[in-house]
Design a binder for this molecule. Structure first.
Ligand SMILES: [Zn+2]
Length: 254
């Protein structure tokens, strides 16, 4: 719905959408829909933790196709969403990939060939569901240099990281930090509420506001209501859209 006085854009992404999180993703989309948000980027994992391909789950495939037909976007989000352990892991890599992401950084440091294979398999699983991904977003936003080269080679149009949106079609990189919540421990949840409130205030006049939601966020009422409150507040002055749509608009302004 086009509003008369929008001054910016709002992209909400739901991470880790797969058959194992489908019910929760439906709940999140339902709550967002009631708040007036009818376009989001859905970050879909083709074979979440090796539990099975999205294309082998007809119910999921039908649901995600319907969401795309309604105006949401399906973005490729890793393949297994699990990083293969490397024997040569140094302390710093261990810290980044195990402490920070709980070992989910699948595209943090794969070889170029391995990354290409995962991307091709992901694209095939999408195609088997009747989906086409224009964007690729790495699990935990951890995209290493070789993996990024593979994403470009496989002709994905864009990626995002926690603080940037990169358009591979023209080389532009937009600075826009995503709001994101960490819910694994009570102290993290308390910090997240304060941090995201202050980020939201400091981005009041930013052209793009990004909100990243993970399925476990909805386990915590305080987190859930903050996300919904910030999203509805933002919607008063911003147009909700997908990353793909946002980039299409930017490309019209060289
Ligand atoms: Zn993820």
């Amino acid at each position: 719905m086009q509003k008369a006085f929008t001054t910016g854009s709002l992209v909400i992404s739901i991470h880790d959408v797969s058959p194992s999180t489908c019910k929760r993703s439906q709940e999140i989309l339902g709550d967002l829909g009631r708040a007036g948000i009818d376009a989001t980027s859905l970050l879909v994992i083709p074979n979440h933790h090796h539990r099975g391909l999205i294309s082998d789950d007809p119910e999921f495939a039908t649901w995600i196709r319907e969401k795309v037909a309604e105006g949401h976007e399906a973005v490729l989000h890793g393949f297994y969403h699990l990083r293969e352990k490397q024997n040569s892991d140094g302390t710093m890599n261990r810290l980044i990939t195990q402490s920070y992401t709980a070992g989910e950084g699948e595209f943090f440091d794969p070889s170029h060939d391995r990354a290409c294979k995962l991307l091709q398999s992901g694209r095939a699983a999408f195609a088997a569901c009747g989906l086409e991904a224009k964007g690729f977003i790495a699990p935990a936003w951890l995209l290493g240099a070789e993996a990024e080269a593979a994403v470009k080679q496989e002709c994905f149009e864009y990626t995002t990281r926690i603080a940037t949106v990169s358009d591979f079609t023209n080389g532009r990189v937009y600075q826009a930090r995503s709001l994101v919540w960490s819910v694994r421990a009570r102290w993290r949840r308390i910090c997240s509420l304060a941090w995201n409130h202050s980020l939201f205030m400091s981005f009041r006049n930013a052209p793009l506001l990004r909100i990243g939601i993970h399925p476990p966020d909805w386990d915590y009422p305080a987190i859930r209501s903050q996300i919904l409150h910030l999203a509805s507040t933002a919607l008063a002055r911003r147009q909700a859209m997908t990353y793909q749509h946002w980039l299409e608009i930017q490309r019209l302004n060289p």
